[in-house]
Design a protein around this ligand. Structure first.
Ligand code: S3P
Length: 167
């Protein structure tokens, strides 16, 4: 049976970029879970959070994750996907999870250069407040991410090495 590969990690860690590269290197399809949800709801994630709240988004995320059963694709998940319901257990039972690990400082510098308003969880934070938020949130979320079968630090791991680890 086909087994999807899920890229997990904090917001801004580069899951989509890495997922696309791995998919190209392995000749597999790439799927971005957030894009699947956005295509279905017909609005952006911040708009959906505002209109229907985070808990409805988490339900949708749970549903769209489970649709990937038996898919042979490389799938980038949202930063929160592994951390709700029994999603992380489902991921490791039905696929291979690859955690793209970063320090809080690294995430801070990456997220500071992005539009924080695209991510409702970040609530428009910036500067020191954003760093404190990342540190706290990562501490909550790391126990989920750390259940991944594979862990990579992109600074020190090439795509070829990652593909070797997967195979
Ligand atoms: C979220 C991360 C986002 C998106 C949503 C919630 C989170 O995905 O799913 O805004 O809770 O960390 P990215 O990790 O791609 O930013």
């Amino acid at each position: 049976m086909n087994r999807p590969i899920f890229i997990v990690g904090f917001m801004g860690s580069g899951k989509t970029t890495l997922g696309k590269k791995i998919a190209a290197a392995m000749g597999r399809t790439f799927i971005d879970l957030d894009h699947e949800i956005v295509a279905h709801i017909g609005m952006s994630i911040p708009e959906y959070f505002k209109a229907f709240g985070e808990s409805n988004f988490r339900e949708l995320e749970r549903e769209f994750l489970r649709k990937q059963k038996g898919n042979n694709a490389i799938i980038s998940t949202g930063g929160g996907t592994p951390c709700f319901f029994d999603n992380m257990q489902w991921i490791t039972q039905n696929g291979l999870a690859l955690y793209l690990e970063h320090s809080p400082k690294s995430l801070w510098s990456r997220l500071s250069q992005s539009d924080v308003n695209k991510r409702p969880v970040l609530k428009g934070l910036n500067g020191e407040e954003l760093l404190t938020f990342i540190e706290t949130k990562l501490e909550d979320r790391a126990p989920f991410y750390n259940q991944s079968q594979l862990k990579v630090d992109q600074m020190h791991t090439s795509i070829e090495q990652i593909v070797q680890l997967i195979n």
